[in-house]
Design a protein around this ligand. Sequence first.
Ligand SMILES: *Cc1c(COP(=O)(O)O)cnc(C)c1O
Length: 378
Amino acid sequence: MKFGTRILHPHHEIDPATHAVGVPIYQVSTYRQESVDRFGRYDYARSDNPTREALEETIASLENGTQGVAFASGMAAISTALLLFSAGDHLVVCRDVYSGAYRVLTELFSRLGIESTFVDTSRLETVREAIRPNTRGLYLETPSNPLLKITDLAGAAALARERGLITLVDNTFMTPYLQRPLDLGCDIVLHSGTKFLNGHSDVICGFAVVKDRELGSRLRFLQNAFGAILGPQDSWLVLRGLKTLRVRMEESQKSALAVAQWLSRQEKVVEVLYPGLPSHPGFAIHESQASGPGAVLSFRLSSVDATRKLLNGIRLAVFAVSLGGVESIVSYPARMSHGAMSPREREALGISDTLVRLSVGLEDRDDLIADLDRVLNG
Ligand SMILES: *Cc1c(COP(=O)(O)O)cnc(C)c1O
């Protein structure tokens, strides 16, 4: 079955009591057990909840995995997956990794004796050089945030396998509709489901998905032990949001490409970073491992003044942190996601004061472009 069909007809059982078309919200914390000798399938809702389970099965199926695990946030998914590592372990991490992941790695996991080296993973030689005898994991994001750099996933996974490392990929920007890292040999897919998967800017959630059953059991153990689970109401909302994932991604991506092409022709725009443009240095690799460029792009303006004017004046995109909603969202990495970094660190990464990130939503694309035209050229 194709993706768009699987999304609408997942495998979980229809509620046997009513045959409801949707999965009911099991708003419970515990389940009555029959007797001292007979325990049921469910015992306590931190361990298992049927609504969350339906969502976990759905995300596992969409990523072509065997086990999906749902968390209270993308950061809970990332942090819990990182608990697979132990004191003395070393990780190689992509340099423009999501800032929250950078924060837990450098301020929390470092205290627990798990060290990280941040490198430009779009060059595999750099990854190879950063691997040490105690390296246990390779942590990737492609396209990366906010510079949309592309890492060769199959190449990185092969290198990691050769050296016995676990490959983790944050697939938030692409979603399984456009890119399935497990099929390319990566071990763990991570998501902020807050973004495109739920898609409506109304839930915070996260996922980890694996193919390997043993790794799946270890993640399930950590989910239950650490306890940062997703609640049943939020699980239900994400199940609903997922039904339109394909149409949302298709439509937003078409508009993103139109916006990126339009921006490339503007005098005040000095650079457009979008893997759907043939001028992007990662264009060919991205095209070989994903079925589309997605709906997030970044661009640099010619001056800080023009940047401020755009951010303050734009109407058809919400000026906010986050991405992947039905509404377009514009953000300013230098002040938002990377605001905690020093100007020197930001400059070294290429996150200038003129960089703007745009997550394209479902507005009419002519209106979006007209609005950008008004704030840029008006
Ligand atoms: C938002 C985001 C996260 C963190 O997810 P939360 O749901 O906000 O905890 C992680 N990775 C990427 C790429 C993100 O965009």
